[in-house]
Design a binder for this molecule. Structure first.
Ligand code: SF4
Length: 230
């Protein structure tokens, strides 16, 4: 099992007042305006993450900065459809893609449990990637994803001391559907099979009817997040 060191915070975050002002300024802004601000503010220190559930944030971000660095955590447990979506995205967007893989001795979900497995295959690899020269990152979190994400801010400082920007935090399911249809966003084929949130195959089921879209993640466990967004 990988035993990475704890995160060392080396950068001073933006002052709380600046974060609050940015959140207020961007509450009704289009994601493109938020992304443009982030690109201008952080330059090459900015990256984004994707899980290849779809390419919506990729589509938005590359329309502002075609060469933005895109980080994908290849846990070793992805669905074939997710890797297929990755390949389609690479072909369409000519992505500046960094595929981050776990160490050979990474914990295994069956042998070691999901917290150790997520820690070795997601949390610490992303910590290492983000702290390798970045000052800010963007994620596709939305308030509509789940009850636990209902308070997602548009701009925050994460536990690493990096600025985290969530450009589509306020978007509703309807806004996502409209943008996806209008712009031809690539969607993971599993979405049409009822998978409303797509992670690793051992830990992802379609949610029950009427449940949060993330209810099928770690179903049966008291766990709703892998840890990268905590
Ligand atoms: Fe391991 Fe499951 Fe976490 Fe993927 S989601 S890293 S398989 S515990």
């Amino acid at each position: 099992m990988h035993t990475g060191s704890a995160v060392t915070i080396t950068r001073a975050p933006l002052p709380r007042a600046d974060i609050d002002a940015l959140c207020a300024r961007f509450e009704d802004a289009h994601p493109t305006a938020i992304i443009r601000w982030a690109v201008e503010q952080f330059g090459s220190g900015l990256c984004m993450t994707t899980s290849f559930a779809d390419t919506m944030l990729i589509d938005l971000a590359t329309s502002v900065e075609p060469d933005i660095e895109v980080i994908f955590l290849d846990t070793g447990f992805h669905f074939a459809e997710t890797i297929q979506t990755q390949r389609r995205a690479q072909a369409r967007y000519a992505l500046n893609l960094q595929v981050v893989r776990p160490p050979p001795d990474a914990a295994d979900v069956w042998a070691d449990g999901s917290d150790a497995c997520c820690g070795d295959r997601k949390v610490r690899p992303l910590d290492d990637a983000l702290l390798d020269g970045h000052t800010a990152w963007m994620s596709g979190l939305r308030r509509a994803d789940s009850r636990g994400r209902a308070g997602t801010p548009i701009v925050e400082v994460d536990r690493r001391g990096l600025v985290k920007v969530n450009p589509i935090a306020t978007w509703t399911d309807e806004q996502v559907a409209t943008y996806s249809a209008d712009c031809g966003v690539i969607v993971n084929p599993l979405a049409s099979e009822g998978y409303e949130s797509i992670g690793c195959w051992p830990c992802t089921d379609p949610p029950a009817l009427g449940a949060d879209r993330r209810a099928g993640r770690w179903a049966g466990l008291d766990k709703t997040e892998c840890g990268i967004h905590l």
